[in-house]
Design a protein around this ligand. Structure first.
Ligand SMILES: [Zn+2]
Length: 278
């Protein structure tokens, strides 16, 4: 399994049922076709000229076999919120499918390498991987970290080059209780307060979610600050505020873990509210 994956939305079939299908592309053509070309064909460009791009940095808790020994005593850490964001990848895939948006996601554990920190951040490596040699760390980054970052950078640059504006949503979940303190938010929308378009987008999203009828406690820049170190903050430095909106969506993972009917309803509410803003 690849460490960094890109899921493009499925092409909608416009031909009537039973109509002759186009012959499949030859293997050679499939190999040669740059994946980013499919972005233009398959993903949605809204009437306002926006493209939604999704990422999921903490989609799984997989430890590649080459690093299994480092985690022999990890125990429950790997299956807890420290290992990954429970439910985040399900939500990201549901959003991508419903809204025809490309999704870049990773399924290796954040305890192997933290994809939502810049490469110089002290929390890039966990207590399990901090002791690796510089060469081993570099190898780990090249295999599991940089592909994810470069893929999202390419997708955004490609969309901007096509004359679109980009709304990038990083999909996350958070633990209901951290260090003994209960979090009071159900959904957090994280943005940079210094970027007015991001703030306006999150104010509108908050209102749209409140109208869902689910009585969700939707907060802005809670439980984390949107401008803190991470992938989205890095992308803001590269892409101007007039054409790039970067928001991190944080959902309380108690829904994903404990309450399947509510979790499905929340996924629908997030999908519909986000769709109304694009
Ligand atoms: Zn996360």
């Amino acid at each position: 399994m690849e460490s960094c994956a890109l899921v493009l939305p499925k092409e909608r079939c416009s031909s009537p049922r039973g109509a002759a299908r186009k012959p499949p592309l030859t293997k050679t053509r499939q190999k040669r076709a740059p994946v980013l070309n499919n972005l233009q064909v398959l993903s949605r460009r809204t009437p306002k000229g926006n493209r939604l791009i999704l990422t999921c940095e903490h989609g799984g808790n997989r430890i590649p076999s080459a690093y299994a020994d480092l985690f022999s005593k990890a125990g429950a850490e790997l299956t807890s919120h420290r290992g990954y964001d429970p439910g985040a990848l399900d939500l990201a895939k549901a959003l991508g499918s419903a809204l025809r948006a490309p999704l870049v996601f990773s399924t290796v554990s954040r305890l192997l390498v933290e994809l939502n920190r810049t490469a110089r951040h002290p929390a890039l490596f966990s207590e399990f991987t901090r002791g690796l040699t510089p060469a081993e760390k570099d190898k780990l980054l090249r295999r599991y970290y940089w592909p994810h970052w470069r893929m999202i950078e390419s997708l955004i640059a490609e969309s901007l080059a096509q004359g679109m504006r980009v709304t990038h949503i990083g999909v996350h979940t958070f633990t209901p209780v951290l260090h003994g303190v209960e979090r009071t938010a159900d959904i957090g929308l994280l943005y940079d307060p210094a970027r007015p378009r991001e703030k306006a987008f999150c104010v509108r999203w908050q209102e749209a979610l409140r109208k869902s009828g689910l009585e969700l406690r939707v907060r802005r820049n809670d439980p984390y600050r949107g401008a803190a170190d991470g992938l989205t903050t890095h992308l803001r430095r590269h892409f101007g505020s007039s054409r790039y909106i970067g928001v991190e969506l944080e959902v309380n993972n108690r829904f994903a873990v404990d309450d399947a009917p509510t979790w499905r309803a929340i996924q629908r509410a997030i999908t519909q509210s986000l769709d109304s803003l694009l």
